[in-house]
Design a protein around this ligand. Structure first.
Ligand SMILES: [Zn+2]
Ligand SMILES: [Zn+2]
Length: 365
């Protein structure tokens, strides 16, 4: 990290050995600035970040400075999909040592509220989650985090794959909530990053047949190459709904037991509800629309169960086992890589926001 020979101005931006982070300071403005770490508690670890992915939510915060009722009022360090190497462990941390490679679960729950006590800590009343205001994220040289939220990577799992446990966790949690398994044929609406990790999860959960639908040919070809049994191109027009449901059901070649809507628009959710067999289940994963108009009564009288998800819980061990065993390969999802400089951070977020062929944009620190 030698910065010798640089002028005083440069030293003020990046002092010798100073911890730097990518701060969201205003709409469309990220700045790499010093980030003072909190003191290390007895159950904390200090982690040198090595791989951090960009999530749709990070881009959304950058563009809008808010997601729903979470508003960025003060500069906030961005990023939450991450893995790194342990640099220091608190006295109470027994399962980790300096030099361990770890994937980090971003949410610190209270362990005191009824949701935490009931085992659904993702619904915690007092969650402190990376890069959800007012809490800082993890696109930084180093961060301090509870040791129990750091999961040691198997030898054959890379740091980038470790960072992918975060988006993959959304897919795994969705499959658990939707009760995906070896006897469940699965429809996935939306072949974006979350649709793809949900598809990979559904396969790893044993789903024998998976059909995926999207408006974009390129996304569908990626889904096909990642193992979708069939893909269906759909439109954004509500008038096409009936015909598309017929084509989706034909592509499945039998009942659709479970549908996962990874887009979250009125039309995709309507498709999921109508296409799913009586007694099946629909899980809303994507959040395209806050409010939707959907044929809920028709689903209700066919006893189609509707569930949602909020983030995930207790998914890192299973994600790491899927990666270790090769049941899931997330490497093809990483389409772009950037270093950690002001220029590269700006470019990386532009690439991620543009979409197109970008699935997962990853920083290597
Ligand atoms: Zn994410
Ligand atoms: Zn709690």
């Amino acid at each position: 990290m030698g910065k010798g020979g640089k002028g005083e101005a440069a030293a003020a931006v990046a002092g010798e050995g100073e911890n730097m982070a990518a701060w969201l300071v205003a709409k469309n403005t990220l700045k790499i600035m010093p980030f003072k770490l909190p003191p290390l508690g007895p159950y904390d670890v200090r982690v040198r970040m090595k791989a951090v992915g960009i999530c749709g939510s990070d881009v959304h915060y950058l563009k809008e400075m808010r997601i729903a009722h979470f508003v960025v009022k003060e500069p906030m360090v961005i990023g939450h999909e991450c893995a790194g190497i342990i640099e220091e462990v608190g006295d109470g941390v027994k399962h980790l040592a300096v030099g361990d490679r770890v994937a980090l679960e971003p949410g610190i729950s209270c362990w005191r509220c009824r949701h935490c006590k009931g085992g659904r800590y993702n619904l915690c009343d007092d969650m402190k989650f990376f890069a959800t205001p007012p809490y800082h994220g993890s696109l930084a040289d180093q961060i301090v985090h509870p040791g129990d939220l750091c999961f040691k990577l198997p030898d054959n799992v890379s740091l980038e794959e470790g960072a992918m446990c975060e988006p993959l966790s959304v897919g795994v949690h969705a499959c658990r909530r939707a009760d995906v398994g070896a006897e469940k044929s699965v429809l996935i609406m939306g072949a974006g990053p979350i649709g793809l990790v949900t598809m990979l999860s559904a396969r790893a959960f044993g789903a024998p047949r998976i059909v995926i639908a999207d408006v974009d040919d390129h996304r569908l070809s990626v889904a096909k190459s990642l193992g979708a049994d069939a893909t269906v191109k759909v439109s954004g027009n509500t008038e096409d709904l009936a015909g598309e449901i017929e084509r989706i059901q034909a592509a499945m070649g039998g009942d659709i037991d479970v549908s996962l809507d990874c887009a979250g628009f009125s039309k995709t959710m309507s498709t999921a509800l109508e296409a799913t067999r009586p007694g099946g289940r629909v899980c809303l994963v994507g959040m395209g629309h806050n409010e939707m108009t959907v044929p809920l009564t028709s689903a209700a009288i066919r006893e189609v169960d509707v569930v949602g998800i909020f983030r995930y819980k207790d998914t890192w061990p299973l994600c790491l086992e899927f990666l270790r065993s090769g049941k899931i390969d997330v490497k093809p999802l990483i389409t772009h890589r950037f270093g950690f400089s002001q220029g590269e951070v700006e470019e990386a977020f532009e690439v991620s926001a543009r979409g197109r062929d970008a699935i997962k944009v990853m920083f290597n620190l």
